[in-house]
Design a protein around this ligand. Structure first.
Ligand code: SAM
Length: 234
């Protein structure tokens, strides 16, 4: 068997977890009770891999929708035998919601989310008031979001204020240099072009009041849930 740190949500057992609303048992997957952090949209693992290497006393799950990139990240975890990192391939809007118990994640990181500039595409953004509420329900501590885009930065701040579950860590909401932060592939790319980077950190301060039906509808999850249900029924 090829060694892998990928937790495959298409495995029938994991599909059942999704359908039955049973989160994965992450402490048994990691074989420890260390705190669990989550990175959404890991790309090739340029943040996840050094993070887990430097934090042996923590676990991190990275979610990536593009399997090509997720497999690259996995390859690096396997190469260095970094057993405190795991990769989930799929949509973080579905997998975070379904595979993590309430308040089971310590910190969440979203590095350079796709900005989806066009007005009609904005609903595809990873950050919106409902995804932030969903994340708030799963986490306990700090949400970090990094972006190079001013409009996206302001959008994040607007969504955070609307959600009312987070308090800003930085008085001006963001800072432009964050000492010790692992530069991702996209961060390097934007810095090479002379762009400003905006790092935002938010402390979870309240539990959300998430309307699940609205979440499923607005995040376009009905189709995939129905597909999983029909697959399991076969
Ligand atoms: C602009 S790239 C940034 C990659 C990496 N974080 C970096 O900074 O180098 C955004 C990443 O988010 C992933 N992504 C987009 N939507 C996603 C979703 N719904 N769930 C998981 N990953 C997603 C994309 O496939 C892509 O790898």
């Amino acid at each position: 068997m090829i060694p892998t740190h990928i937790v495959n949500w298409r495995d029938e057992s994991v599909l059942k977890n999704i359908l039955n609303d049973t989160p994965l048992d992450w402490p048994s997957i990691f074989q420890n009770h260390h705190p669990i952090d989550l990175e959404i949209g890991i790309g090739n693992g340029s943040f996840l891999v050094p993070f887990v290497r430097d934090h042996a006393g923590r676990n991190m799950v990275g979610i990536e929708i593009e399997s090509f990139y997720a497999r690259k990240a996995d390859k690096n975890l396997v190469k260095d035998n970094l057993t405190n990192g795991r990769v989930l391939i799929g949509d973080a809007k579905l997998l975070t919601w379904k595979l993590f118990a309430p308040r089971s994640i310590d910190n969440v990181y979203i590095n350079f989310p796709d900005p989806w500039f066009k007005k009609r595409h904005k609903k595809r953004r990873m950050v919106n008031p409902l995804t932030l509420s969903m994340l708030a329900s799963k986490m306990r501590s700090i949400l970090t979001i990094a972006t190079d885009d001013e409009e996206y930065r302001d959008w994040v701040i607007e969504c955070i204020e609307e959600t009312q579950c987070f308090g800003k860590v930085y008085p001006d909401y963001f800072i432009n240099t964050l000492e010790g932060y692992y530069p991702t592939k996209y961060e390097k790319k934007w810095r090479a072009q002379g762009k400003n980077i905006f790092y935002m950190k938010f402390q979870k301060i309240a539990e959300p009041n998430l309307n699940i039906d609205e979440y499923i509808l607005t995040q376009n999850l009905r189709f995939v849930l129905d597909k999983i249900a029909s697959k399991i029924a076969l």
